[in-house]
Design a binder for this molecule. Structure first.
Ligand SMILES: [Mn+2]
Length: 321
C-alpha cells in the first residue's frame, strides 16, 4: 500500500496556486469518475477555486443527477486553464481524445494500467475506487469532508466496489465509509436515487441482450452482446445495460463474463472475472490495446463485427486457458 502524503500535499499546493482548473472524467462515465470529480468540485466551489468538471460523452448517467453539482458538468473545454486533474482515467486518452496542453497535470487513479502520465501521480491500484483514494487527499490536507463531498465519495466507493464486494474492499475502505457516514449522509435516499430510477427502455433492451448469451470453454466463458439498432428500437441509451455483464457472471459455472457493444464502427468490450480466476483480464485487454484490472477490464476494437470480435477474443483466451 503506497503512502501518498507528499503527493497529496503537492496536489493541494498546486490546486491553490492555480487560476483555473479543469477536472477531467473518462468517456462512458461511471459513478467513480463523476463522483470523484464532483467531490473535488464541491470542495473547490466552497473555497472559491475556479474550475470546471469536463466530460466528453453525449449522455451522462441520469441516475447520478442527485450528486451535488452534477448539473455543472460540461462538455465544453474552457478557453484557458492552468491545471488539469484527471480522475479515474487509466489512460489519458480515455477522455475521448488527447488534450493538447502545456499546463501541469495531476493524475488521480486506481487502474493497474495507469502509466503515471501526470506531473503529480496519485495512482494506487490497491484501491478499489478512485473515490476511496481521493478521500486521502481531503484527509491529508485536513479539508473538511462536507455532506456534499461525502455523498459523492460514498457513491463512487459503493459502485466501483460493487457494493463493497470486490477483492480490494478492505478494512481501510470501511474506515473511509465510517468517516463519510458521520457527516449524516442519507444512505437509503442516496441508494434509492441511484439504484431505483431505471427506465422502462432499459427493461425492453435487457431481454434482447440476455437472449444472445453463449457459453464457451465448457461454460468458463459467457459472452453477450448489444446491437446498436436495439437502442433505437427500445429507446435505451448506450450504457444503460452495462451491469448486465455482472449479471451473467452470477451463473454458477461461468468464470469470465464478456459483454460486447456495437458503437458505430467500434466494438466495445467489457471483461469481468470471478475472484479466483487464474487469468489477469487486464493482460487480455492489453493484447487488444485496452486495460483495466485483474477482474475487470475493457478494450475497443475498430472496424470489426461482433462475430469477428468474438472470434478474436476466443483466440486470445485460447492462449490463457
Ligand atoms: Mn474507478
Amino acid at each position: 500500500m503506497s503512502d501518498f502524503t507528499k503527493e497529496f500535499q503537492k496536489a493541494y499546493k498546486l490546486i491553490n496556486e492555480s487560476h483555473y482548473i479543469l477536472i477531467v472524467t473518462h468517456i462512458n462515465p461511471d459513478a467513480d469518475t463523476l463522483s470523484s470529480a464532483l467531490a473535488l468540485s464541491n470542495y473547490m466551489y466552497r473555497n472559491n477555486i475556479n474550475h470546471k468538471v469536463y466530460n466528453s460523452s453525449k449522455y451522462l448517467p441520469r441516475n447520478l443527477d442527485f450528486l451535488p453539482r452534477f448539473d455543472k458538468i460540461t462538455d465544453t473545454v474552457p478557453k484557458s486553464y492552468d491545471l488539469i486533474i484527471y480522475v479515474d482515467c487509466g489512460d489519458k486518452r480515455r477522455v475521448g481524445f488527447e488534450f493538447n496542453y502545456t499546463c501541469k497535470v495531476i493524475n488521480i487513479d486506481h487502474h493497474q494500467s495507469n502509466d503515471n502520465y501526470g506531473d503529480i501521480n496519485i495512482v494506487d491500484s490497491d484501491k478499489g475506487s478512485t473515490a476511496e483514494l481521493l478521500f486521502g487527499f481531503f484527509k491529508n490536507n485536513e479539508i473538511k469532508i462536507t455532506k456534499e463531498i461525502a455523498t459523492c465519495l460514498y457513491i463512487g466507493i459503493y459502485d466501483d466496489s460493487i457494493a463493497f464486494t470486490t477483492p480490494r474492499t478492505n478494512s481501510k475502505t470501511f474506515e473511509v465509509i465510517n468517516t463519510l457516514v458521520t457527516t449524516n449522509i442519507e444512505i437509503p435516499k442516496i441508494l434509492e436515487s441511484y439504484l431505483m430510477r431505471e427506465t422502462l427502455a432499459k427493461y425492453r433492451l435487457l431481454p434482447k441482450i440476455l437472449q444472445t448469451l453463449e457459453l464457451y470453454f465448457e461454460g468458463d466463458i459467457a459472452i453477450i452482446y448489444q446491437k446498436q439498432e436495439w437502442l433505437d428500437i427500445t429507446g435505451a441509451t448506450f450504457n444503460e445495460c452495462d451491469e448486465v455483464v455482472n449479471e451473467i457472471l452470477k451463473i454458477a459455472i461461468v468464470k469470465i463474463a464478456i459483454y460486447l457493444r456495437e458503437d458505430n464502427n467500434n466494438i466495445r468490450i467489457s471483461l469481468r472475472g470471478k475472484d479466483d480466476i487464474k487469468i489477469d483480464l487486464s493482460k487480455v485487454a492489453n493484447t487488444l490495446n485496452g486495460g483495466g484490472h485483474k477482474n475487470a477490464a475493457g478494450a475497443t476494437l475498430s472496424g470489426v463485427s461482433i462475430q469477428q470480435a468474438t472470434t478474436r477474443l476466443l483466440d486470445t483466451f485460447k492462449n490463457y486457458i
